[in-house]
Structure formats: structure tokens, C-alpha cells
Ligand binder design. Structure first.
Ligand SMILES: NC(=O)c1ccc[n+]([C@@H]2O[C@H](COP(=O)([O-])OP(=O)(O)OC[C@H]3O[C@@H](n4cnc5c(N)ncnc54)[C@H](OP(=O)(O)O)[C@@H]3O)[C@@H](O)[C@H]2O)c1
Length: 260
């Protein structure tokens, strides 16, 4: 299995932190030049750019865009197209939502959540397709909330379910042109979003969640990145359209009695 990405360019949305950052580091370690997308965290994006250059000697570009805003989605696509005549890998990772029970969800929450995960994905896919050569790869990042009830996740789970469906549809529609579309659905990953979600009870929640996982810990961001790298390889081509579930066995556990 070859994971050499030298000479390729990978665009990763939400790369300033968490899973996106880990994916950028992994793909750069394999030789890919990296296009970093972030929303507003310039300091983190610059730090990542410096690290990618010093550790791996790859080229970097940076794009700031709030993908919940339609005007920003269009500016983002125009800037990427102007900077990159060729895009080999597109990782649709960025997400944000309002974590609330469904009856508290308002129109603007729906618009923003869907814009980032669904609208931006479709518009960017269609805009970037002419940049993608045969052998191009698209990786979508879904979430465990599409499979398991997670309190206050209803809206994001609906958006991610749509993303998984789009992953299958694009995979079929673009297969003849040898552009491969895959998804990854990680389990519980320790990132800033978990800290935001749990607030002051983060440490307690992290310990409790870790006990739900057969391995006894949350998934490290670098392990999600390993899966993304695998999906970027030729070996994964026949998984076209599949969203790879990697929850460490959480989904198999009986909630009442786990044996631990
Ligand atoms: N953490 C988990 O347990 C977990 C589990 C399964 C799946 N996931 C999925 O994995 C992906 C990454 O999650 P994460 O936990 O790594 O997130 P994170 O640490 O909270 O980072 C979020 C990233 O998305 C960017 N972002 C936030 N709001 C945005 C917006 N409105 N428009 C564009 N970009 C925006 C942020 O940019 P700034 O830094 O500039 O704000 C940042 O780069 C998400 O799709 C998430 O649903 C996470």
C-alpha cells in the first residue's frame, strides 16, 4: 500500500485545530502540500503553517472563511481556485452547530449548521471538481451522532447524515472520472469541541466517556488522521462511497452492562 503524497495538494477545512489539524500534519508527513482552511483562528493557522514547513518542508496556503455564511463560501471557493490550479485531496472536516434539544432549534441555527456541512460541501465539490485529476480523493468527516443518540446533537446529526448520503451519491456520480469519495465517522475524539460541549464538567465527562470505550480512552486526533491517510491511498479506492466507522467498539457495547 503506497501512502506517498509527494507532489499532491490537500485542502483541509477546519484545519486550525483538532482533527483537521492532525489530518494536515499527517498528510504533510506523507509529502502533500497543504491548503489550510480555518474560520477565524489566524494564530493557530499560522502556527500550523510554520510547523508544516519546518517539520516536513511542504508548501502551504491559508484560507479564512466562515462556511456558515453563503458569501464567505463563495469567496472561499474563488480564492482556492485562484491559488490552486490543481487539488488532489479535499477533506471536508469543518463543522459547528448549536448544541440544543431540537425544540429549541431556531431558523438561524438550521441555516448555519446546514450551510457548513451540506451547502458548503456541495458548492465546494462542484467548484473544485475541475481542479481534481483522476485519482483525486474527497474525504468527508461525519460523527458518531448519526449512529447513536447524543443529547443536543439532533441538528448536527441530521446534517452529518446528509453528508454521509452525499458521500455515497458523489462517489457514484464521479467514479467514472476516477475521483473517489469516502467518509470517516470517528468515535469520541478529545478536541476543543468536547470542551465547548461539556464546559466546566469536561474532565468528569471525559473520564465517563472514556469508560464507555472498550480501549478505555477517547480516540486521539492522530488516529483519525491515520484513517484519513488510508482513505487517501489507492488501497481504499474500492471503498468508494463508504463512510468508515471507527468508534473503537462503542457502538457494540450494551449501555446497561459493559462488563467493566
Ligand atoms: N470531537 C469529536 O469527538 C468528534 C467526533 C466525531 C466527529 N467529529 C467531527 O470532526 C470534525 C472536526 O471536529 P473537531 O472536534 O476537531 O473540531 P474543533 O476542534 O472544534 O475545530 C473546529 C474547526 O472547524 C473550524 N470552524 C468552526 N466553525 C466554523 C465555521 N463556521 N466555518 C468554517 N470553519 C469553522 C474551526 O476554525 P477556527 O479554529 O478558526 O475557529 C476549527 O478549525 C467535525 O466535523 C466534527 O463534527 C468530531
Amino acid at each position: 500500500m503506497s501512502l506517498e503524497l509527494k507532489g499532491k495538494t490537500a485542502l483541509i477545512t477546519g484545519a486550525s485545530r483538532g482533527i483537521g489539524r492532525a489530518v494536515a500534519l499527517k498528510l504533510a508527513s506523507l509529502g502533500a502540500d497543504i491548503a489550510i482552511h480555518y474560520r477565524k483562528n489566524l494564530e493557530e493557522a499560522e502556527a500550523l503553517e510554520a510547523e508544516l514547513g519546518s517539520r516536513f518542508g511542504v508548501k502551504c496556503s491559508k484560507f479564512a472563511a466562515d462556511l456558515s455564511e453563503l458569501s464567505d463560501i463563495h469567496r472561499f471557493m474563488d480564492e482556492v481556485k485562484a491559488a490552486h490550479p490543481r487539488l488532489d485531496i479535499y477533506v471536508a472536516n469543518a463543522a459547528a452547530t448549536a448544541f440544543k434539544p431540537l425544540e429549541q432549534i431556531r431558523e438561524h441555527h438550521i441555516a448555519k449548521t446546514m450551510n457548513i456541512t451540506v451547502t458548503a460541501f456541495i458548492l465546494a465539490m462542484n467548484a473544485f471538481k475541475p481542479l481534481m485529476p483522476p485519482g483525486g480523493k474527497v474525504i468527508t468527516v461525519s460523527g458518531i451522532d448519526t449512529k447513536k443518540y447524543c443529547a443536543n446533537h439532533g441538528l448536527l446529526a441530521a446534517a452529518k447524515s446528509a453528508l454521509e448520503t452525499l458521500t455515497r451519491y458523489y462517489a457514484v456520480e464521479w467514479a467514472a472520472e476516477q475521483i473517489f469519495v469516502h467518509g470517516v465517522n470517528p468515535g469520541l475524539v478529545d478536541t476543543d469541541s468536547l470542551k465547548v460541549y461539556f464546559g466546566s464538567s469536561y474532565e468528569e465527562a471525559k473520564a465517563g466517556l472514556s469508560r464507555l470505550v472498550p480501549m478505555g480512552k477517547l480516540m486521539p486526533t492522530g488516529d483519525v488522521a491515520e484513517l484519513v491517510a488510508f482513505l487517501c491511498s489507492r488501497a481504499a479506492d474500492w471503498m468508494n462511497g463508504e463512510t468508515l466507522y471507527a468508534d473503537g467498539g462503542v457502538g457494540f457495547m450494551m449501555p446497561v452492562y459493559s462488563g467493566k
